[in-house]
Structure formats: structure tokens, C-alpha cells
Design a protein around this ligand. Structure first.
Ligand SMILES: *[C@@H]1O[C@H](CO)[C@@H](O)[C@H](O)[C@H]1NC(C)=O
Ligand SMILES: *[C@@H]1O[C@H](CO)[C@@H](O)[C@H](O)[C@H]1NC(C)=O
Length: 391
């Protein structure tokens, strides 16, 4: 750059100033914050997005959970990070502390109200054929959130060390609200062996309950909602092991179960379209997790995976899954100690414990959904504060 002699100190200074402006502006995309710049995340959900809530309040996970990334069971139903971890990381935020964790938690950039086994509809029984549900249903998670807001204000105003662990007041309106719940409502219905028609007929009611909770969070200030649909349960080792006669599709998944999941998701998508009309100031993004996950079973090789339906951590049978000896547990069968351990190659597997995905699979799913190719409207994660891309 040529500078006239008389301004040789001036111009470089202005130039430097402009450069630093440019650098500051582009440094957001560098940290992938995008135009929305979410300072916090509040999550509501079940095991797919649990970062330790169930483990600290009900039953702790055992090794080899967490073996790949945290090198200890870190309350996640995976060998490593889950999709929510990748979402937090994408915005340059620390992994979310579980709301229920009284030890070492830091809520300054959000909180996770999700716990494994949570449902939209509270379950009358927490145990259905050996499958354990969580007492922390979506209603309960919402109640925790209602109390959370004024309590964080109280501690912020007190100052001191606890104030540094609280989110800023304006974060509640600026945050990204993520949801991944409903899979266990379906599981509860399917394991209770209700007729398919009855299961389908119960879905609209479940949707009403779900959208009522989203509306309530909106009324408390939430504006940006990122809502995951439910996955293809018919491809999971757990369902495949317990429904050996169900008709399979071309990729080896149980047709009828996946049909129900798709029906659930269609209802969710429609309910969210209505909600978008009811809440004109909210950005509500429907995330087609089903298709993102299903593609791993359709074309595992493309992503470097093998045996997509076989659990990496488990015991026995075609799918390495047995509800009596789940991942990390041991059991005496006919005098012989049986243990469900890791396959030692989670990085090339899709299913971790038969119900949940490996970190490697979660990363592929995250890359797909964050791009905007699996969302309605087609908004990438970084723009999830927008109602549409043309505004
Ligand atoms: C809590 O997290 C925030 C954001 O990461 C950090 O700045 C703060 O120092 C943390 N507080 C403590 C006590 O670790
Ligand atoms: C345990 O032994 C019984 C009797 O021999 C047999 O029927 C059963 O299949 C065995 N169970 C397992 C899990 O091997």
C-alpha cells in the first residue's frame, strides 16, 4: 500500500484499526459463532442429550462408557461426546452442566435439564420390561427451569463466587433452547405392546404436551428453539433383539417401528409449523434427526462404519445386545460370569450400547444437522435465531 508522505503515520494507524475491526468481525466465524452468537444453551431432553443428570441422580453409568473421549464414565450414553456436546463446542461454549449435578457445576453458559429415560408424558410406571424411565419428565424439567431463572438472579445479586457460576439475565432471551425428547414415549408404548393404532392415536396428545412446554419457555423469554425429531428406533440393536420376527426393510431395520417413528416426527413437524404461526417472534427449527441417523444404516461404508446395527458395547446374540446384561454390567449366567464390555473399535461403529450412538456416529450426525440440510426451515445451526434465511 502506497502512503502519501505527509500521512505516513496516520494511514497505517487507520489501516491497523480497520484490520482489527475486520479481524474482530471474522473471528466469529472462526469460532463458528455465526450471526446468532448464542451466549448460552438450555437443553431439555432424554438420554440422547443427557450430560450426566441421570447418572448423578439415579444410577451412574459404568466403564466403558466414556472410554473414547472423557476416559471415564461422564454421564453420557456414549463412548464419548454426544450431539449436544458438539453443539456447545460449535459455539465455543463449555459442555453443559447437568442442572441436577450439585457438585462442580457451572451454569454461566447454560444448563442441561435433560435426563436419560425422560418422557414427554409422565409414565405411570418407571419400569417397563426391564426398561427404566426417568421421573424427570418434560413437565418436571420445565418446573426446574421456572425455578432456575429467579434463583440465578438471586445468586447473581449476592455476588461472590456463586455469582460467577450463573448466566447473565439477558442470556435467557439470547440462548439457544435445544430439545431431544419423545423417543422414550414411543419406547414405553412399544414395550407395553399396545396395538399400533393405539400408539399412533396417542401421539397428537403427546405433541400438545410438548408444544405447551415450548410455549411456556417462550413466555419465560426463550426465542430460539432447536428441536430434534426422534431417531429410527427400528434400526437399533435393542429393538432388533427383541423383535426378531418384525419385517425388515432393505437396510435391516424393523419397518413397522420406523413407520411409527416417522409418524411421530410428521406430527412433530406439523405441530412446530403451527407453533411458528402462534409465536411470530420465535425461531423454531425442526431437526430431522431421523434421516440424519438413518443414513448411517443406509450407507455405513460411506462414513467409515461397519456392522451398523450391532452394538459395540453389549453381550450376546446377533446384535450384541441383551437387556439383562447391559453395557458396563456383569451377570452370572449358569455359573459363568458374563460381562458386557466394549468392542474396542467404537470409532468404526454406529451403535454404542444398542440404544445410543458412538461418538464417531454422533459427530457425523452433528455435521449433517448443523449444515441446514436436515432442518425445517433449512436453517443451519449457526443461524438458528432466524425464522428464515431471507430476513
Ligand atoms: C464458569 O464458566 C465461565 C465460562 O466458561 C468461566 O468464565 C468462569 O470462570 C467459570 N467459573 C468458575 C468458578 O470456574
Ligand atoms: C443355562 O442353562 C440352561 C439349562 O442347561 C439352558 O437351558 C439355558 O439356555 C442356559 N442359559 C444360557 C444363557 O446359556
Amino acid at each position: 500500500m502506497e502512503c502519501p508522505r505527509n500521512t505516513k503515520f496516520h494511514i497505517p494507524f487507520v489501516f491497523f484499526f480497520m484490520i482489527s475491526l475486520v479481524v474482530t468481525t471474522i473471528s466469529n466465524p472462526v469460532f463458528a459463532k455465526g450471526p446468532c452468537n448464542f451466549p448460552a444453551i438450555f437443553n431439555f431432553g432424554a438420554s440422547n442429550s443427557d450430560t450426566g443428570g441421570y447418572s448423578v441422580s439415579m444410577k451412574a453409568l459404568k466403564p466403558p462408557y466414556g472410554e473414547t473421549y472423557f476416559h471415564r464414565p461422564a454421564g453420557r450414553y456414549s463412548d464419548g461426546r454426544i450431539i449436544l456436546d458438539f453443539i456447545a463446542q460449535n459455539f465455543g461454549l463449555p459442555y453443559l452442566s447437568p442442572y441436577l449435578d450439585s457438585l462442580g457445576s457451572n451454569f454461566s453458559t447454560g444448563a442441561n435439564f435433560g435426563t436419560a429415560g425422560s418422557t414427554i408424558q409422565p409414565q405411570s410406571s418407571y419400569l417397563v420390561v426391564g426398561y427404566v424411565f426417568s421421573p424427570f419428565s418434560l413437565d418436571v424439567q420445565y418446573n426446574q427451569f421456572i425455578n432456575f431463572i429467579p434463583r440465578t438472579k438471586f445468586f447473581r445479586e449476592q455476588g461472590g463466587i456463586f455469582a460467577t457460576l450463573m448466566p447473565q439475565e439477558e442470556y435467557f432471551s439470547k440462548a439457544l433452547y435445544t430439545f431431544d425428547i419423545g423417543q422414550n414415549d414411543l419406547t414405553a408404548s412399544l414395550f407395553s405392546l399396545r396395538p399400533i393404532k393405539q400408539i399412533k392415536d396417542s401421539i397428537p396428545d403427546t405433541m400438545k404436551k410438548f408444544t405447551a412446554n415450548v410455549k411456556n419457555i417462550y413466555n419465560l423469554g426463550g426465542r430460539s428453539f432447536w428441536i430434534h425429531s426422534t431417531g429410527p428406533l427400528g434400526c437399533h440393536s435393542s429393538f432388533l433383539s427383541y423383535n426378531p420376527f418384525g419385517e425388515r426393510d432393505e437396510y435391516g431395520c424393523i419397518k413397522e417401528i420406523n413407520e411409527i417413528c416417522k409418524y411421530f416426527n410428521l406430527n412433530l413437524k406439523e405441530a412446530l409449523a403451527q407453533l411458528r404461526k402462534d409465536l411470530p417472534n420465535a425461531a423454531i427449527t425442526y431437526v430431522d434427526i431421523y434421516s440424519a441417523k438413518y443414513s448411517l444404516f443406509q450407507d455405513p461404508k460411506k462414513y467409515g462404519f461397519e456392522d451398523p446395527q450391532v452394538a459395540c458395547c453389549g453381550y450376546g446374540g446377533k446384535y450384541n445386545f441383551n437387556l439383562m446384561v447391559e453395557c458396563g454390567n456383569t451377570m452370572k449366567i449358569n455359573g459363568t460370569e458374563i460381562s458386557a464390555g466394549s468392542c474396542g473399535k467404537a470409532s468404526v461403529r454406529v451403535m454404542w450400547d444398542g440404544t445410543h450412538y458412538t461418538e464417531a456416529a454422533n459427530k457425523v450426525i452433528f455435521d449433517k444437522i448443523s449444515s441446514g440440510a436436515f432442518t425445517d426451515p433449512p436453517i443451519p445451526l449457526n443461524m438458528a435465531c432466524l425464522r428464515s434465511l431471507d430476513t
